[in-house]
Write a protein that binds this ligand. Structure first.
Ligand code: ADE
Ligand code: ZN
Length: 341
């Protein structure tokens, strides 16, 4: 299959996005526009100079810029516009279902009310459901560089909006902030009915994946690249079919891997791990779902069958009902069979 055929194949796949930070979808053009209407001076004098700063040696260098970018978001309309821009973009990429992270503390710590943040995001998600037919789940993520006590405050702020939130996650600086630091708040979050996920094994060791499983009781691992260091862990992930939401372009940009040819996605599929492909922070890492699928398929020389498996896995690992999952998976099967003929 040549490059343009591969591109075409990928574009037409009905896709699910399970690992996306809404603040990481903030394109520089929209950032400048919102900064201007909110009278906030940007540190960069042009979109081009901001984009030039998007060169990262590790996760922390990225996070430093990502948190600065989010500071121009003040009003409900800003959060709505951010979310709507993401949803219309992925609609054009045939994404049918999204499970979106937001980082409340990035905003509440600047004096923005939780209600302002979530209302803007929620209204855009609802509009996309009605007008674009995109289904969604919303995941509130705790910042792991902050204390567990602060995460508890966030959990409390979320209670009035419980019906809009489906799960909690754990993100930000991984090294030195193990899942065990958040054991109590994850237990309390589960008691509120939230599903649980956590970033683990992106830069951190495989021990953090064990902790996420055993201490936090997560149902899905975000990233999880480092699981391959530990045979026993791989066996457990396969046996329990714990989804791993991989983000290949993110891994490349944050130097988790040095070249796409080294990405563990294919190895994971071979071992029977429920690996899926997503975009993490697409405005910063050079691509949304299609670009992640395409660059991974190219770099790893994936077969059509492996590409199909990755697409199916995302729906399997989603929080849709079994009926909804079956419908999407049947659509993927039929898409691929028509492509093969
Ligand atoms: N927040 C946004 N993107 C992230 C990533 N890749 N890892 C941890 N925290 C994040
Ligand atoms: Zn992430």
């Amino acid at each position: 299959m040549n490059s343009s055929e591969l591109k075409q194949l990928i574009e037409g796949i009905p896709k699910a996005e399970l690992h996306l930070h809404i603040e990481g979808s903030f394109e520089p053009e929209l950032m400048f526009e919102i900064a201007k209407r909110n009278n906030i001076a940007m540190d960069y004098d042009s979109i081009e100079s901001l984009k030039k700063a998007y060169k990262f040696n590790n996760l922390q260098e990225f996070l430093d810029i990502y948190y600065i970018g989010a500071q121009v978001l003040i009003h409900e309309q800003d959060f709505f516009d951010l979310t709507w821009a993401y949803l219309t973009k992925v609609h054009s990429q045939n994404v049918k279902h999204v499970e979106v992270f937001f980082d409340p503390q990035t905003h509440t710590d600047r004096g923005i009310a939780f209600e302002v943040v979530i209302s803007g995001i929620y209204k855009a998600l609802e509009k996309a459901k009605d007008e674009l037919g995109i289904t969604y789940k919303l995941i509130m993520s705790y910042l792991r560089h902050l204390s567990e006590e602060e995460a508890f405050k966030t959990l409390e702020s979320s209670i009035p909006f419980k019906d809009w939130i489906h799960g909690v996650g754990l993100d930000s600086s991984e090294m030195g902030n193990p899942p065990s630091k958040f054991e109590k708040v994850f237990k309390a979050s589960a008691a509120q009915g939230y599903k649980l996920v956590a970033h683990a094994g992106e830069e951190g060791p495989s021990e953090y994946i064990w902790e996420a499983l055993d201490l936090l009781n997560i149902v899905r691992i975000d990233h999880g690249n480092r699981c391959l260091d530990d045979e026993k862990l791989v066996k457990r992930l396969v046996k329990e079919q714990i989804p791993l939401t991989l983000c290949p372009l993110s891994n490349l940009e944050l130097q988790v891997i040095t070249k796409m040819e080294d990405h563990p996605a294919a190895k994971m599929l071979d071992k029977g791990i429920l690996a899926t492909i997503h975009s993490d922070d697409p405005a910063y890492f050079g691509g949304y779902m299609n670009e992640n699928f395409y660059k991974t398929a190219k770099g790893l020389n994936l077969s059509v069958n492996q590409i199909k498996q990755l697409a199916i896995n995302a729906f399997v690992g989603s929080w849709l009902s079994n009926t909804e999952k079956d419908k999407h998976i049947a659509n993927i099967q039929s898409y691929f069979s028509s492509f093969e003929n």
